[in-house]
Design a protein around this ligand. Structure first.
Ligand SMILES: CC(C)(COP(=O)(O)OP(=O)(O)OC[C@H]1O[C@@H](n2cnc3c(N)ncnc32)[C@H](O)[C@@H]1OP(=O)(O)O)[C@@H](O)C(=O)NCCC(=O)NCCS
Length: 177
């Protein structure tokens, strides 16, 4: 459980389920209308369900979503990250990103990246601006067939995970000797 900053109770993080689709769409759609996120259809959410996590309040209300998508070129993308307006500014987004990066590191991924309309939040978490062409597998999988391709304003941000991987390698050498 994640304890919120300056609040009571906490958040549970769990894999997204079919029953969460409406809530996830409800989180993303208002931000998409404000130009903070790209819109997502129900089909897109269902297709990416296996990689999504949700945050819930103890009463079961879904107040956040986000996940990690792995690519064959040693990268992992943070996808569909959104925190409900009522919960913003309480530390959930920052801790979620930290958790997704830890998952990247545990999997030995070299770089964690995001395509975002709001790079400032990620820069505050240690990510750096990058070129979208640095992520050719992402481009091949999504961007080339995206109907918004000609007008997309998303910016790439990246966090290199190499140091974490080096220490993980060192740990396994120590154990094997
Ligand atoms: C961006 C978002 C996920 C952040 O979640 P959150 O729970 O509100 O963030 P936190 O409370 O963990 O804030 C962590 C820090 O980031 C800062 N921050 C939050 N949103 C920010 C933004 N849009 N720009 C810059 N900094 C931001 C906070 O001020 C805080 O700073 P601090 O550590 O110095 O106090 C959330 O505001 C959101 O859902 N926004 C709309 C959708 C979106 O932009 N998604 C992300 C990219 S696709």
């Amino acid at each position: 459980m994640i304890a919120p900053r300056g609040g009571t109770g906490g958040y549970w993080i769990r894999p997204a389920l079919g029953k969460d689709v409406t809530a996830i769409l409800g989180l993303i759609a208002p931000y998409a209308r404000q130009g903070l996120m790209l819109p997502r259809s129900e089909g897109e959410i269902r297709a990416g369900m296996a990689e999504l996590l949700v945050a819930t309040r103890p009463n079961g209300e879904v107040v956040g979503c986000g996940g990690l998508r792995l690519y064959p070129d040693d990268t992992a993308e943070i996808v569909s990250l959104a925190v409900a307006p009522t919960e913003r500014g309480r530390g959930l987004g920052a801790r979620w990103v930290a958790r997704l990066r830890r998952r990247s590191q545990a999997l030995g991924v070299g770089r964690t990246f995001a395509l975002t309309l709001d790079p400032d939040f990620f820069e505050g978490r240690g990510f750096q601006l990058a070129a979208r062409s640095d992520f050719p597998e992402k481009e091949a999988a999504d961007c080339r067939v995206c109907p918004r391709r000609g007008s997309c304003r998303e910016v790439a941000v990246v966090h290199v995970e190499v140091e974490a991987r080096r220490s993980a390698d060192l740990t396994s050498y120590t154990i094997s000797v």
